[in-house]
Design a protein around this ligand. Structure first.
Ligand code: SF4
Length: 60
């Protein structure tokens, strides 16, 4: 299963990843973005490239 991690020291909770992920891996929860469904990740890496803070890491 892909490993998707958010560095919360960098995350500004912009929610860009929530909107850009084509399969809905991320969710906003209690003013925080969480990796809700990593098993659905298709490794497109759109989130990594679009995060303005470089807070997301995707590993195979
Ligand atoms: S790599 Fe693509 S599918 Fe995986 S979490 Fe990021 S945006 Fe979603």
């Amino acid at each position: 299963m892909p490993k998707v991690t958010i560095d919360y020291d960098k995350c500004s909770t912009s929610g860009i990843c929530v909107d850009i992920c084509p399969v809905g891996v991320f969710e906003k929860k209690d003013d925080k973005v969480v990796v809700a469904r990593p098993e659905d990740c298709i490794l497109c890496r759109a989130c990594e490239g679009s995060c303005p803070k470089g807070a997301i890491k995707v590993e195979e």
